[in-house]
Structures are given as structure tokens and as C-alpha cells.
Design a protein around this ligand. Sequence first.
Ligand code: FES
Length: 152
Amino acid sequence: GTIPITLKVNGETHQLRIDPRATVLDTLRETLHLTGTKKGCDHGQCGACTVHVDGRRANSCLLLAAMHQKAEITTIEGLGTPQKMHPMQAAFVEHDGYQCGYCTSGQIMSAVAMLHEPWGDTDTDVKEALSGNICRCGAYPNIVAAVQSVRR
Ligand code: FES
């Protein structure tokens, strides 16, 4: 069976009926059709599903939607648009911070959250801060360059 829930995503409040076991990730993608957030591992290991929950980054595959009805969830769609990109999105374009693109939404959501976290200035800090976001193409040097261009 399904249950009624309220979910606040990108500033909009949605009344939904979902499986009580549904994750935030599956609810975003399958119920709200916000497919910018990706599913890599579905086990909290790859970071492709990273969103912001009350301004902090989280792996949405590990969160139950029914337990986040009071949270403000932000996805890549809420960060910017192709016409009006967030500076971090623009930096990823400028520095080619992706190859296949599958990890990119998660990388960008993580990088934006990092701006408000107490990290140092070095490339090593960026690598450490984004170590939960795996890129199988190995675009890391360009990702670090993109993130640093926004931080500097
Ligand atoms: Fe959530 Fe991999 S899909 S961490």
C-alpha cells in the first residue's frame, strides 16, 4: 500500500502518495520526475544521488521520503537552469568538470555544500571534501579546477 506524504522540493510543496519504504532518491526521480539526481549505487557509496537537505548535503538514496516531510530538499534542478546557472554549474562547464556526466549533479551539489563547510584552501581539501563523490571517468583534475575557481 501507499501512504500520503508532503515533500518540499526546490521551494515547492508536493502532496504525494508513496510506498512508505520509498527513498528520497526514488521519490524525486520516479514520483516527481526530477531526474537530474542520479542513482549510481543505491547504497550510500557513490554520491551520484547527493541533494541538499536543509542546506546540508546528503545521499538521497539513504533517506526515507516519509521521514523528511519537514525538510527543505534542494536538487540540481533547484540550483540553476541552463539559462541562469549557479556559479558552480557554470564553472563545471567552463573547466570541463565531467565526462559522461552521470556523477556531475552529485559533484555539483556536494561542491556547493562545501562552500559553507569549514575546509581549507588547498586542492587536497577539495579532494577530501568531494571524496564521497565517485567519478568513474576520472575527471577529477577538472572537477577540482572547477570547484577551486568558485572558491577563489
Ligand atoms: Fe546514493 Fe550512490 S546512489 S550514494
